[in-house]
Design a binder for this molecule. Structure first.
Ligand SMILES: [Zn+2]
Length: 346
């Protein structure tokens, strides 16, 4: 089967013929239909995750597939199930690391990967969904949508009418704006250094868009919400952006870090004493929005089926597996919303 393989750090992925191995306890063979691309995979390609030692390896952690075969002990999914492939741990067995065969040699991979025609996945990285759930939504529910909604639900406990700023309006950022609008945040400010995110952000119901060029966006934020923001969520991981964001929190402000700073970077907090204002401000790094896939994914799927979740404005581009490097190049430009990869037909 065909798979996108990271063979060298900072090099394009190679589309290679990769062999499958026999399923071990808790493993599931999934035919992959679609995958989303995440900024986190750019970190993989740059070798930021200590992953150079595991090369060559497969990539991707949000996808949609159909279960082909289950390994010993698997009880939560069965052959024929449509599944969301996710990186957060849900119900079922935590399997051993999957193995594949490349150039006659065995390689190992993460517990879930999605950029291949078939994938061996740990049972607890799969959640079944109704057959009619769209593939793009399934892919989003593997990471970007569940992370965004999880942050709002579990980590910032967003209240009606609280003000929210989202910095970086890519896949997670647009889902955050969408979720904040569904939770009646007011106002919702979208911030990005790319003008073409204006329309996308307003489409998912941001109240205002601020073009970030230099440090001037801090002043714009102050003009729009003089009392400071109740919630600021950063998806860029840029230390300079975080430094500035920390100065615009309200007295109950929560600053949530979604984008990861590069390894070894520091974040400066000017006027740190002001963190003690009000009820005490909070700076928190998210862990996938504390998403519980087995509980959260069925709820979000139901929301979509009920016509209350509109993802049309989130997915901006679709590529095939053969175009994977083109897709990553687009992701690097910062011009895309969520990029999805169509892997196979059902
Ligand atoms: Zn992700």
């Amino acid at each position: 089967m065909k798979a996108a393989v990271l063979e060298k750090i900072n090099a394009p992925l190679a589309i290679r013929e990769v062999g499958l191995t026999e399923l071990k306890v808790g493993q599931v063979l999934v035919k992959v239909l679609a995958s989303g691309l995440c900024g986190s995979q750019l970190h993989d390609i740059r070798g930021f995750k200590g992953n150079a030692q595991f090369l060559p390896h497969l990539l991707g952690h949000e996808g949609c597939g159909i279960v082909q075969e289950i390994g010993p002990g698997v009880t939560h999914v069965k052959a024929g199930d449509k599944v969301v492939m996710h990186w957060r741990v849900g119900l079922g067995i935590e399997s051993p690391f999957p193995n594949y065969v490349l150039d006659g040699r065995t390689i190992s991979s993460g517990k879930v990967t999605t950029l291949s025609e078939y994938s061996i996945v740990s049972e607890n990285r799969l959640t079944p969904v109704p057959k009619e759930t769209p593939e793009a939504l399934c892919a989003l529910m593997g990471c970007s949508l569940t992370t965004a909604f999880g942050i709002l639900n579990h980590e910032v406990n967003l209240k009606f009418g609280e003000s929210v700023a989202v910095i970086g309006c890519g896949g997670v950022g647009l889902n955050l704006i969408l979720g904040a609008a569904m939770r009646s945040a007011c106002p919702i400010i979208a911030i990005d250094n790319n003008e073409n995110k204006r329309e996308k952000s307003l489409k998912v119901k941001a109240d205002a868009f601020v073009l970030a060029s230099g440090d001037g966006w801090g002043e714009s934020l102050k003009r729009l919400v003089p009392e400071g923001l109740d919630v600021i969520i950063d998806t860029t991981g840029h230390p300079g952006v975080l430094k500035l964001a920390s100065q615009h929190l309200s007295s109950q402000g929560r600053l949530i870090l979604v984008g990861q700073p590069p390894p070894g970077e520091s974040i400066e907090i000017p006027h740190a004493l002001r963190l003690f204002d009000g009820i005490g401000k909070c700076i928190k790094a998210t862990q996938g929005g504390q998403t519980n896939p087995s509980q959260d994914i069925p709820r979000y799927a139901k929301l979509y089926m009920g016509g209350k979740l509109d993802i049309d404005a989130i997915v901006s581009h679709e590529f095939t597996l053969n175009q994977i490097n083109e897709a990553f190049d687009l992701l690097r430009t910062g011009e895309a919303g969520r990029v999805t990869i169509k892997i196979q037909e059902t």
